[in-house]
Design a protein around this ligand. Structure first.
Ligand SMILES: [Zn+2]
Length: 239
């Protein structure tokens, strides 16, 4: 896990490695084992984020005194997270949202999977507090030993999973303007939206026409849903 810091002492911008996330793999190809590992992986990822954010969370709310070149005495600095650059699987994991094969594949809005790759009317934005409240209720139900039916009732078709995203504790992401879903972006300096959309749509068509390799129908559906989400996100970024 790396963080991009502007170094105010040297004037340079640096990428610093701040932590490592353990890789966990299933012991077998059994579906239940894969699901168990997926949940474990998501929970450990959030635990790693929580450890990394441990000191940043109170500082993001109350600030912290620090020395700044050119200033006399201590200066109150209030850190903010303004960008989280991630690919789609990591983004969904960081936000505790289902990766694919779900009804609402966009992390920014509530667009349905059937219209994610379509032009037209925009869907409502995802409400951070509503989603996190549901995630907290989901976690509590899980800890109380609730069954799958109860969890499905809480989650509805919002595509959340029963894990609370650690980032929501950072001031500004889960409080104030609630920017949790807005900090995830592609770096548009390095992405040509139109051409990338064309490539993705071609790949989507390829899967439909059976040129997507030896994928099962289920894998193809998941792949298509991921591509739709990506096209939808890029189109949103372009707008
Ligand atoms: Zn969207």
């Amino acid at each position: 896990m790396r963080v991009r810091f502007p170094n105010i002492l040297t004037g340079k911008i640096q990428w610093l490695t701040i932590g490592y996330v353990p890789i966990i793999k299933p012991d077998s190809h059994d579906a239940a084992e894969k699901k168990r590992v997926r949940v474990l992986r998501d929970a450990i990822f959030q635990r790693c984020l929580a450890v990394l954010l441990h000191r940043l969370i109170p500082a993001s709310e109350y600030g912290m005194k620090m020395r700044v070149p050119g200033e006399e005495g201590m200066v109150l600095a209030v850190p903010r997270i303004v960008l989280y650059a991630a690919d789609q699987p990591e983004k969904r994991q960081a936000l505790s949202l289902k990766l694919s094969g779900c009804q609402r594949p966009c992390s920014h809005c509530m667009v349905h999977k059937n219209s994610a790759a379509c032009r037209g009317r925009r869907a409502d934005v995802r409400e951070v507090l509503l989603a996190v409240d549901a995630q907290i209720e989901d976690v509590e139900a899980l800890e109380d030993g609730a069954g799958a039916a109860r969890l499905m009732q809480i989650e509805g078709d919002t595509s959340i999973v029963a894990i609370i995203p650690a980032l929501v504790a950072v001031h500004g992401l889960g409080t104030g303007p609630c920017c949790l879903y807005r900090i995830f972006r592609f770096d548009m300096l390095h992405v040509s939206t139109a051409s990338l959309c064309d490539i993705l749509l071609e790949a989507r068509l390829g899967v439909y026409l059976g040129t997507g390799g030896n994928r099962s129908r289920r894998d193809s559906d998941r792949f298509i849903s991921s591509l739709d989400a990506l096209v939808h996100t890029l189109a949103g970024n372009e707008a």
